[in-house]
Design a protein around this ligand. Structure first.
Ligand code: PEP
Length: 251
């Protein structure tokens, strides 16, 4: 494995004080972070500004947003645009997270539109895909993931996945403490990599396949052994700084 890409998804957590502490913690442990991973932090939108300074000073951290609107400006109360995100030095945006698919009724077409917009705006989509527990029991994981990928190809074309990230996140695993089996994840990701490569012709460059779902200090080591896992989307375990650092030390 090259240096894994680690995306810390803070979801609806944190406040001004916690993010100030996080910034100091990152600065203090810069050496470990740089040695162990390519780090990407995804705070809530209203705290993105706090990271501007560290992003400007240190190229070793990238900044992600947790959502984006499909419009870039106009009368869309409450939304955040790609232009605003770029103004905050954001380079990546998480889309298709199961929490947005489920709790905010985001369907595959809206997610594909967001993906398309991000590409046009030169922002890097982090597309989350994955199956429910019922779909897993029915052996439909690969089928479901391919369907979620196909809809992007249909709208964006065969270059769609150039310079993008896909996070395979089984829905049953997210936040549950039950991670997927690393060998099964390896099989799924290698199947999806081949699938996407074939559909992309020669245009698949700078493409990452991540795993997300209850990654912690006890299991990361097993995932790191698998060759098609390029990194991790981490939720719960990034909220505790000591655990987060321990995770890195286990890579
Ligand atoms: C996530 O929500 O993207 C995630 C991976 O969460 P957790 O690590 O808590 O399972």
């Amino acid at each position: 494995m090259n240096l894994p890409l680690i995306i810390a998804n803070w979801k609806l957590n944190g406040n001004k004080k916690i993010f100030s502490t996080l910034l100091n913690f990152l600065k203090k442990n810069k050496k470990v972070f740089k040695q162990k991973c390519k780090l990407n932090i995804a705070p809530s939108h209203i705290y993105l500004y706090k990271f501007r300074e560290i992003i400007k000073e240190n190229q070793w951290i990238n900044l992600s947003a947790q959502n984006v609107d499909i419009h870039v400006s106009g009368a869309f109360t409450g939304e955040i645009s790609a232009l605003m995100l770029k103004d905050m030095l954001v380079t990546h945006v998480i889309i298709g997270h199961s929490e947005r698919r489920n709790f905010h009724n985001e369907n595959e077409y809206l997610i594909a539109e967001k993906f398309n917009l991000l590409k046009k705006q030169n922002l890097i989509p982090i597309l989350c895909i994955g199956e429910t527990i019922e779909e897993k029991k029915d052996n439909k994981t690969i089928e479901i993931c391919k369907k979620q990928i196909d809809i992007i190809f249909e709208l964006v074309g065969k270059k769609a996945f150039y310079n993008t990230i896909i996070a395979y996140e089984p829905i049953w695993s997210i936040g549950s403490g039950n991670s997927a089996n690393p060998k099964e994840v390896q099989f799924i990701l290698s199947t999806l990599r081949t699938y996407i490569k074939e559909k992309s012709s020669s245009f698949l460059e700078d493409f990452y396949l991540l795993y997300g779902g209850s990654v912690n200090e006890n299991n990361i080591h097993f995932f790191c052994k698998e060759k098609d896992i390029d990194g991790f989307l981490v939720g719960t375990a990034c909220l505790n700084f000591d655990i987060f650092l321990n995770i890195l030390k286990k890579i």
